[in-house]
Design a protein around this ligand. Structure first.
Ligand code: FAD
Length: 421
């Protein structure tokens, strides 16, 4: 089949790769000059199935009030007269029960674990490099109460058979030796040894180059203006560079997916949740993290990417704005200088923001729509890098008439047909 993949972020590029591997003739369309220049550009770098959890969880509404009031709080709400913002928030709140959390997490973990395995296989197949490391991730608790509060997460890890280690202060230092200098700040940690790290943008670029070798064409600097439909399905895509046609179309437009789907009558509850990162050159490798340290107090992830440290965090609900706010940078600077004071040169850091394409329940939306030739691979929220390879592989399987290796029925858009949608 001729397939048009709309969007060239990590999701669009992995989709194109697996579709081309399945023998399809693939073209990727993106408004940017290169792959992965929007949300996939400078994320926190965690490939972390162990942390694959919905944000909507029991206790979150109360915690959210506390976070909104904290100086370096992980949540920011800038209310707007935007119905989509309020509808999304209400749907998210409806998913904050223990029962919904269990259902939603149960949909995210198998996809994330599968995705990490697909990434490993792809790495072996292509030998691409992206400052990757396979040294696990460490969730760091500064207070004993927070460590005790991880009991629920540990129970879920046990339930899904995800390996984990509960560490005391000394254990944290042996996993991340640079923490020795600040060990008085640490109560303990939860380590997920199977998690990986890597630069999502480097990966996306390198995989796009592999995809070109398989015959995939990229049409960059091409803005998609709309999709046209007739009785048979999608008939064309209107772009700034003319009309494009194919046998099948995959929407992988991240946070912008709902905007192009709405005129077709396809409603997906994806909303942009802004996050920020800084990328800091390493001064002293021995004083930098060896992998990801998740600073649980501020919900900030600190990741070693080659000779750089990437620090990412904040959930800012403020619509489609990429504005860089110095107060948010201060939180990232604070977390890094508090835990790895001699690791990186903050004066030379680059500051970035991106819009996570979030669903209110957590899992992405993958699969068919009411148009026979229109498929979705979007809404990966906080874990798009973690879930990219698995999501792309299952979508390529579905489009090629193969049964995916994991059950994908509950990742489809039809899951929103109940009252939680
Ligand atoms: C601060 C931060 C930290 C994060 N940390 C992690 C992490 O550690 N681990 C993890 O797994 N995930 C993380 N994420 C999430 C992850 O980055 C995203 O889920 C992922 O990048 C989404 O990929 P995507 O391809 O769907 O979207 P994008 O990368 O945004 O790709 C969508 C593409 O569509 C194109 N596009 C949109 N509209 C149009 C149009 N009209 N015409 C043409 N092209 C268009 C854009 O140019 C873009 O390239 C983080 C996100 C943020 C913001």
């Amino acid at each position: 089949m001729k397939v048009l993949v709309l969007g060239g972020g990590v999701i669009g590029v992995t989709t194109a790769y697996y579709l081309a591997m399945s023998g399809h003739e693939v073209t990727v369309v993106d408004r940017q000059a290169e792959p992965g220049l929007e949300t996939s550009f400078a994320n926190a770098g965690e490939v972390s199935p162990g942390y694959a959890s919905p944000w909507a969880g029991p206790g979150v509404p109360i915690k959210a009030i506390k976070w909104l009031l904290m100086k370096h709080g992980p949540l920011v709400l800038r209310p707007k007269l935007d119905p989509a913002m309020w509808v999304w928030l209400i749907k998210m709140l409806r998913n904050c029960t223990s029962a919904r959390y269990a259902v939603n997490k149960g949909r995210m973990i198998p996809l994330s674990e599968y995705s990490r395995d697909c990434l490993r296989a792809l790495r072996a197949e292509t030998a691409i490099g992206y400052d990757e490391r396979s040294r696990g991730t460490l969730q760091l608790f500064r207070k004993q109460a927070h460590l005790d509060g991880a009991a629920g997460d540990i129970a879920v890890l046990k339930q899904y058979g995800v390996p984990y280690e509960v560490l005391d202060r000394e254990g944290c230092v042996s996993a991340e030796p640079a923490l020795a200098a600040v060990k008085h700040r640490i109560a303990g940690g939860l380590r997920l040894p199977q998690d990986e790290t890597g630069d999502c943008h480097m990966f996306t670029r390198a995989l796009a180059a592999q995809a070109v070798k398989l015959g995939v064409q990229f049409r960059f600097e091409t803005t998609i203006e709309g999709l046209a439909a007739d009785a048979a399905g999608i008939s064309a895509v209107t772009t700034s560079a003319g009309v494009l046609r194919a046998d099948a179309y995959v929407v992988a437009l991240g946070s912008w997916s709902p905007r192009l789907l709405a005129p077709l009558g396809v409603s997906i509850p994806v909303y942009p949740i802004k996050g920020y990162s800084i990328t800091v050159p390493i001064i002293d490798p021995d004083a930098a993290p060896v992998s990801t340290v998740m600073d649980e107090s501020y919900k900030v992830a600190i990741t070693r990417l080659g000779d750089r440290i990437r620090v990412g965090g904040t959930a800012e609900i403020s619509g489609y704005s990429n504005k860089l706010r110095p107060t948010r940078r201060a939180t990232l600077d604070h977390s890094l200088s508090d835990l790895f004071p001699r690791g990186g040169n903050l004066a030379e850091a680059t500051f970035w923001s991106g819009l996570r394409p979030m669903t209110p329940d957590g899992p992405p939306v993958i699969g068919a729509t009411r148009y026979a030739n229109l498929h979705l691979n979007t809404g990966h929220g906080t874990l798009g890098w973690t879930m990219a390879c698995g999501s792309a592989r299952v979508l390529a399987d579905l489009l090629s008439g193969r049964t995916p290796e994991i059950d994908t029925t509950e990742l489809a858009l039809t899951r929103y047909e109940d009252r939680f949608g």
